[in-house]
Design a protein around this ligand. Structure first.
Ligand SMILES: O=P(O)(O)OC[C@H]1O[C@@H](O)[C@H](O)[C@@H](O)[C@@H]1O
Length: 348
């Protein structure tokens, strides 16, 4: 009975993702591409410049020019969402459209014609798992956090208009991920859904979370690090490959040079835990100074910090082994978010 149910669930899942491949192909097919092709640079822009790493290293600090209070909320909300996403991918990895399609071609389950073969290029060779879509999830949290912040001072017409723009942008992010064949539709939709749920949960527990003392927050982040390591060893014990997604990417990406060290699941986990550690060190967040300095001072201090951060990224030690590489990334991200939250407002 149990076996039958499992078979039925697997068969249904396989049918759904196979049907969803058609959506990815449709978005790349000529008829749809004619409508969407004018947007090709736009879809690439969304994927390249509105992804979590870029949000943290450029877009969110730029929001700090408008308001330090907004910057603090964004670092907190997007930092937590990105960590949640990396853990989901780490614990329960799901395939990506390109891997499934190439597997089908390879085993002759499906022939490349008449459907348009999914394109493959550096942007589609992701090495993390698909579910939930990190771009959709973090971008949803980013846009809705800004929307809620601005809505506090807006009347209902403006709120409605800004909400429509925010959801329109999130929809563009879905199209971007489908167009580049990096995600199935359900991975984008669920990414946004989980992002919205996360914002709701953060809002409901804001008083509790923002008043946590530094030592509790740091302990929480260390425990999360322990959880990530425990998942790794549990998988090894259960004979499950913790690097399954990296192997899939290597197997199906036409050119291995398209892949980078800093795109692996462990790297993203370390990056996100680094950002959380910076937030934890700046805790309690309710005590942070969020008053705005003059615009010139804010621009100058954020410019200096981001140039410093850029230099640190440029100097990342990539040739001294993976532990040095990961430790450096953890510290750099922790320092970056700590400086953004705690020390930039002091430079008044
Ligand atoms: O899940 P997606 O949208 O394909 O994104 C994959 C990775 O893309 C990178 O650009 C992000 O920095 C990561 O956080 C993310 O995990």
């Amino acid at each position: 009975m149990d076996g039958n149910l499992k078979d039925l669930a697997l068969e249904t899942y396989s049918r759904v993702v196979t049907a969803e491949l058609r959506i990815n192909e449709l978005v790349q097919e000529r008829s749809v591409a004619m409508i969407l092709s004018f947007g090709d640079p736009l879809w690439r822009f969304f994927t390249v410049y509105l992804e979590p790493r870029f949000l943290f290293n450029l877009v969110i600090p730029m929001c700090g020019i408008y308001s330090q209070a907004l910057l603090t909320r964004l670092v907190f909300a997007v930092g937590l969402a990105s960590t949640l996403n990396s853990f989901a991918k780490w614990i329960l990895p799901e395939q990506r459209p390109l891997w499934l399609l190439r597997e089908m071609y390879a085993s002759s389950v499906r022939s490349p014609s008449p459907g348009v073969a999914l394109e493959s290029h550096p942007l589609s060779c992701e090495t993390t798992a698909g579910m939930p879509c990190a771009h959709s999830m973090c971008f949803t949290v980013f846009t809705l956090t800004i929307w809620m912040f601005l809505s506090a001072h807006a009347h209902s017409g403006q709120r409605w208009l800004a909400g429509t723009v925010a959801y329109g942008l999130i929809f563009c992010m879905w199209l971007s991920r489908l167009y580049l064949a990096t995600e199935f539709l359900h991975q984008c939709v669920l990414g946004t859904f989980i992002g919205i749920q996360a914002i709701g949960a953060l809002q409901q527990n804001a008083d509790y979370l923002w008043s946590r003392r530094r030592r509790w927050a740091v302990t929480g982040v260390l425990l999360l690090g322990g959880l990530a390591a425990a998942v790794y060893f549990a998988k090894l014990n259960l004979d499950v490959d913790p690097h399954w997604s990296v192997r899939e990417a290597f197997k199906w990406c036409p050119d291995p040079s398209y892949m980078r060290h800093e795109a692996s699941p462990i790297f993203y986990l370390v990056r996100d835990l680094g950002i959380l550690m910076g937030i934890a060190l700046a805790s309690p967040l309710s005590n942070l100074d969020t008053k705005n300095a003059s615009i010139c001072r804010r621009c100058a201090s954020l410019l200096v910090l981001e140039l410093f951060n850029f230099g640190m990224r440029w100097a990342t030690p990539k040739q001294n082994g993976r532990f040095a590489f990961l430790a450096y990334e953890l510290l750099r991200n922790a320092l970056h978010s700590l400086l953004l939250l705690k020390y930039i407002p002091k430079l008044k």
